[in-house]
Design a protein around this ligand. Structure first.
Ligand SMILES: NC(=O)c1ccc[n+]([C@@H]2O[C@H](COP(=O)([O-])OP(=O)(O)OC[C@H]3O[C@@H](n4cnc5c(N)ncnc54)[C@H](O)[C@@H]3O)[C@@H](O)[C@H]2O)c1
Length: 396
């Protein structure tokens, strides 16, 4: 099939490579010129896709990136994989989805299968995409992406894929497409069910992470190890699932998607109380971390050298979106500390560069990448670990 993927970020590039590797002819459309140039030069910007895989798909002609929207016309399949962030009022920002739909409306004259993989609330495919594209009889499917960047066990191929279409013909065509590079396809009765399943999955994580974050604080106040308690509870073979406490949540999904569910819940008059409370707990974690760091460092960090280790939101990825490291660094600076940060995966961020790991008064481990040496972290006099990966360190 001829396939166009709108958006070449974490999701779009991953699907592009999956589809190209399965023998489809794939064009990756993105509005970011620099990204398109880098991709066509065989340089991948995401962890799960190597430059060599990308380069071989380019040289075989299976994949190319473009900023030229006209090449989307004539494709059999068009996948939308654009950002769905929150706006300044922390409400859903569907402007990127609307732009993608308008791009299809303005450029695609021959009928295609239009798939939305971007995460959004139930009703998005119908009301925010299909209804904006008139005049051409496209088929429409929602197939929310479940990719977990950096996860080496579960990827596009072996993670079951949900499909909900506006018509049975659309579902049949989507099954034919995804069956070429996904092992398991699960059809649900409507796009709204697929869309809701995706945001409920991430809400489940958000709420459970908040629960363990709150529990970690209770355990510390009780003078017991929260992590040991959680490990002990996890020995129960049924009815319990282990989540780990941390400095807060980051990335494009957990801090954002549940708010999409809360938004539609509010529209239909049902209060999403768990989501609201979980957001409060998770957003308060950086302040809790800094309070504990100050206490552990002898009651003050004023004029002390503090290195924050790992500023991306999770291990072994360079993604800094919504990272709790930002608040932790800001709060430490407000408390008078001289703060540097070390993250070899990120390199530069907010106009600052990654510092070498040396002998500081305090090290705060927010994210522990495999490439960061525990011995280097321990060069600091006091280590506060938010990850449970530095033996002997204080932390959560
Ligand atoms: N990152 C994840 O782990 C993940 C996992 C599952 C689902 N999702 C969802 O997938 C969607 C995409 O997320 P992502 O992480 O890939 O985002 P991203 O920011 O990594 O990539 C999005 C890309 O879309 C491009 N873009 C923006 N507007 C465009 C337009 N009008 N036309 C073409 N390209 C455009 C951007 O330049 C960018 O390269 C979101 O809805 C997200 O919630 C993300």
């Amino acid at each position: 099939m001829r396939v166009a993927i709108i958006g070449q970020g974490y999701v779009g590039l991953t699907i592009a490579v999956g589809a190209a590797g399965a023998g489809h002819s794939v064009v990756g459309f993105d509005i970011n010129d620099g990204l398109v140039t880098a991709l066509n030069a065989g340089t991948s910007h995401i962890e799960g896709i190597s430059d060599s895989v990308l380069a071989s798909l380019i040289s075989s002609g299976a994949y190319k990136a473009t900023t030229n929207a006209s090449v989307i016309d004539g494709c059999d399949v068009i996948v939308i994989a654009v950002p769905t962030p929150l706006d300044e009022a922390r409400n859903p920002d569907l402007s990127f989805v609307h732009a993608a739909a308008d791009l299809i409306a303005n450029n695609v004259k021959s009928p295609a299968l239009v798939i939305n993989e971007s995460t959004s609330y139930p009703g998005t495919l119908l009301t925010e995409i299909a209804s904006r594209i008139t005049g051409v009889a496209h088929l429409y499917v929602s197939s929310p992406e479940r990719i977990d960047p950096g996860n080496t066990q579960w990827g596009t191929k072996n993670t079951p894929r949900l499909i909900g279409g506006l018509t049975s013909q659309a579902v049949a065509k989507a099954k034919e497409f995804y069956a070429t590079f996904c092992d398991t396809i699960i059809e649900v009765s409507s796009p709204e069910v697929a869309e809701a399943a995706k945001i409920f999955e991430n809400t489940f994580r958000q709420v459970n992470i908040a629960l363990v974050n709150e529990f970690a604080q209770i355990a510390d106040a009780l003078g017991i190890s929260g992590r040991e308690v959680l490990d002990a509870a996890a020995t129960k073979p049924y009815g319990f699932m282990e989540f780990n406490p941390g400095p807060g949540v980051g990335g494009h999904c957990i801090p954002v998607d549940p708010t999409y569910l809360a938004y539609v819940a509010n529209e239909v008059g049902v209060p999403a109380t768990f989501i609201k409370r979980a957001n409060e707990v998770n957003l308060a974690m950086p302040a809790y971390v800094v309070k504990r760091v100050i206490a552990g460092a002898g009651g003050s960090v004023k004029s002390k050298s503090v290195v924050v280790v790992g500023i991306s939101y999770k291990a072994n990825v360079a993604d800094t979106r919504e990272t709790p490291a930002a608040s932790i660094i800001d709060l430490l600076r407000e408390a008078g500390a001289t703060v540097t940060w070390h993250d070899p995966l990120v390199g530069s961020w907010r106009g600052e560069s990654s510092a070498e790991l040396g002998e500081c008064d305090v090290a705060v481990v927010v994210t522990k990448h495999d490439v960061v040496s525990v011995a280097d972290v321990k060069k600091s006099s006091y280590v506060f670990d938010c990850t449970g990966s530095i033996p002997g360190a204080d932390g959560i």
